[in-house]
Write a protein that binds this ligand. Structure first.
Ligand code: SF4
Ligand code: SF4
Ligand code: SF4
Length: 329
């Protein structure tokens, strides 16, 4: 078996990617992963396996660590390294490789399908535990009302903006991609991205709101502190795609609010129907007359509402309000 074949096996590279490996990493990077051989190795062991010198190997390891090709752990003051996998590399590349969008469209579409499949498999036991009401190591997401944004930002110290991997991978819409905020301890030495002030973060989320993106936050942010705000669409967002596919609305994500419409105030303008990602508001068949003009009635199907709140501000007549249906952490 060649070293590249060995890399493909150890790194869990999907078959359709093999002819295109050079788009993602160099031959030397593949050889490094192959020679790690699925083991956790010290730098001196890797120096021997790579037939090179310490500085050269350390540079290679640093670059590969940053790129999520290898992981590292500290043991007795020294690092040991071990191989990651293609799923993790793709997550890094789609966010931070400025040439990712130049990859052939069909290949990117296949990568998204593959990546979503792997994500779904990896989420299986977490979702199973949530559905069974078992304790989980991380609280599921919930939607953040824009009115609570300042309170979230007041309680964080460090803010990092990173690109949205879901939209970079899926490209199902043209919504902005510089939209994911990580906070405090969830920022690691490999989060990268750009540090933001609270003011900049506030502006960014409000701009995302205007563009029709929904805001997701860890549901225990009030008690344990916010760890992220994601600004999401339902067509690209992996968690929301999964929740729609698996029917986990209410558990993943937790739904705290429900929309309400004051029918007397509604002018059937359709702005809410344009905004709603889940077709809870929709243009119905029946007609109505508003200020002497014929219009199709805008209907509301409460069963389809996910309580994201982004329709509220879009309503020119203030007919929409959000009612809290459960209170959490
Ligand atoms: S969860 Fe939302 S903002 Fe975060 S990466 Fe996915 S779509 Fe983007
Ligand atoms: S109707 Fe519900 S799901 Fe649709 S935008 Fe409004 S709050 Fe969100
Ligand atoms: S945006 Fe407001 S006024 Fe327009 S259809 Fe929706 S609820 Fe009615």
């Amino acid at each position: 078996m060649s070293e590249i074949d060995k890399f493909v096996r150890l790194f869990a590279v999907p078959e359709f990617v093999v002819p295109h490996l050079s788009l993602f990493l160099s031959e030397r990077e593949m050889i490094l992963v192959a020679r790690l051989n699925g083991e956790k190795c010290s730098v001196s062991k890797i120096v021997l396996r790579m037939n090179s010198n310490f500085e050269d190997v350390q540079d290679l390891l640093d670059a590969c660590y940053n790129k999520h090709l290898v992981h590292r752990e500290e043991v007795d003051g020294d690092y040991i390294y071990y191989g990651a996998d293609f799923y993790e590399l793709l997550d890094y590349i789609c966010k931070f490789d400025e040439n990712y969008h130049l990859i052939d469209k069909d290949l990117r579409r296949t990568l998204d399908k593959w990546c979503y499949r792997v994500y779904r498999e990896r989420m299986d036991s977490y979702l199973g535990s949530l559905l069974e009401g078992e304790t989980v190591d991380r609280a599921p997401e919930t939607f953040l009302m824009i009115e609570d944004l300042d309170q979230v930002l007041e309680s964080v110290k460090d803010i990092r903006l990173v690109p949205c991997n879901c939209r970079k991978l899926a490209s199902h819409c043209v919504k902005p991609t510089e939209t994911c905020l990580s906070f405090n301890d969830s920022i690691t030495d490999r989060t990268f991205g750009r540090s933001l002030s609270k003011e900049e973060a506030g502006e960014l989320v409000r701009a995302a709101h205007k563009k029709g993106l929904m805001h997701q936050v860890n549901s225990d942010w009030r008690t344990k502190g916010p760890t992220y705000i994601c600004n999401c669409c339902s067509c690209c967002c992996y968690p929301l795609r999964l929740a729609q596919e698996k029917g986990t609305k209410g558990v993943f994500p937790i739904i705290q609010f429900m929309v309400q419409r004051d029918d007397a105030k509604c002018s059937h303008c359709g702005a809410c129907a344009k905004r709603c990602n889940f077709r809870a508001f929709y243009i119905g068949e029946a007609g109505t007359v508003v200020k002497g003009k014929n219009r199709r009635k805008v209907e509301l199907d409460l069963n389809k509402c996910w309580g994201c709140g982004i329709c509220k501000e879009a309503c020119p007549t203030k007919a929409i309000s959000m009612t809290q249906i459960i209170a959490i952490g």
